[in-house]
Design a protein around this ligand. Structure first.
Ligand SMILES: Cc1cc2nc3c(=O)[nH]c(=O)nc-3n(C[C@H](O)[C@H](O)[C@H](O)COP(=O)(O)OP(=O)(O)OC[C@H]3O[C@@H](n4cnc5c(N)ncnc54)[C@H](O)[C@@H]3O)c2cc1C
Length: 280
């Protein structure tokens, strides 16, 4: 079984921030990523809050992250982690292909979309899926929902947004852009029913006192996120969380990246002390 000082799970901004910083002091590192280097920021339409870029899209950021970690090619494997088990002196990380032993494990697995359990059989889409048809409804009112509507508008889709709130948590610049392109936006709306009827989605919702029923080619759910965690057994001090998996307060790419760098600095200082005391 391969042995490491650090196994990092997740190659999004948090995992990359950790890798870049920890590699200044340690060499025996493995980063495990399920899909792609760069993580969720891949889906961002227009990013204006990243250091050193006036404006950049998510796909380009991922491309640049990929280039930046090229020199760590031998430290990166594309495998999905299924289970993490903590022991007194090591952590066992199990993927679909292998098992790895590590002194420490960094969990930087981000967040995943919430689903509407009541309608889980309806095959409602989220940002990972390909969207069919032209007439699209987005259910949700956060920045991710709005950002997604801009991406879809550029792909030629007609966008309707149904939100239970009034966008008070999203930034004004984004909201202004979306108002310019969306066909219709319903705020303070409550979903009453969702059905699939002859390959279309029929949605019934209440907006103020009025009940509406509308048909769409496809529906995207963007109603918030939850922690995206592999199975975790016997959590102890050998495991650290970083980036947006820790809290939804950290759900900006640059904050996640900085959290990875910060954690690596903290651990480097702590472990170099132990290493020096032991004379190696
Ligand atoms: C549409 C959209 C627009 C956005 N716009 C902006 C913006 O303008 N500015 C900004 O700063 N942020 C933006 N964000 C938020 C930003 O993408 C996230 O805050 C950031 O990506 C979080 O970084 P992270 O590393 O914590 O998690 P993630 O980016 O989610 O990375 C986690 C990584 O872990 C991997 N992973 C998960 N589970 C496993 C497993 N079991 N095994 C192996 N690998 C696993 C995932 O594949 C992923 O690559 C946007 C996000 C979206 C979706």
């Amino acid at each position: 079984m391969e042995n490491y000082d650090f196994v990092i799970i997740g190659g999004g901004p948090a995992g990359i921030g950790f890798l870049l910083q920890i590699s200044k002091d340690f060499r025996n590192i493995l980063l495990l990523e399920e899909k792609r280097i760069g993580g969720e920021i891949f889906y961002a339409h227009k990013i204006t809050n990243f250091p050193a870029f006036n404006e950049i899209d998510g796909k380009t950021i991922c491309f640049r992250f990929k280039n930046q970690v090229k020199k760590f090619k031998s430290n990166i494997k594309f495998e999905k982690v299924l289970e993490i088990e903590c022991y007194k002196n090591f952590v066992l990380v199990e993927t679909e292909k292998n098992q790895y032993k590590s002194k420490y494990c960094i969990v930087a697995t981000g967040r995943k979309e919430k689903i509407l359990k009541k309608y889980s059989k309806l095959d409602l889409k989220n940002r990972y899926d390909s969207i069919k048809g032209e007439n699209i409804c987005i259910i949700g009112g956060g920045e991710v929902a709005l950002d997604q509507s801009l991406t879809l508008f550029e792909q030629g889709k007609i966008i309707t947004i149904i939100s239970s709130g009034n966008f008070n948590k999203v930034n004004m610049e984004l909201l202004k852009s979306v108002k310019r392109v969306a066909r219709k936006i319903y705020i303070f709306s409550k979903i009453i029913d969702l059905q699939k009827v002859n390959e279309k989605y029929r949605i019934t919702f209440q907006n103020k006192e009025k009940i509406y029923t509308k048909f769409f080619d496809d529906i995207i759910l963007s109603i918030g996120s939850i922690k995206n965690l592999p199975k975790l057994k016997n959590r102890n001090e050998r495991i650290y969380f970083c980036g947006s998996v820790k809290s939804k307060k950290l759900k900006q790419g640059s904050i996640s990246f900085a959290d990875g760098v910060k954690l690596a600095m903290k651990l480097s200082i702590k472990l170099k002390g132990v290493r020096n005391e032991n004379g190696f």
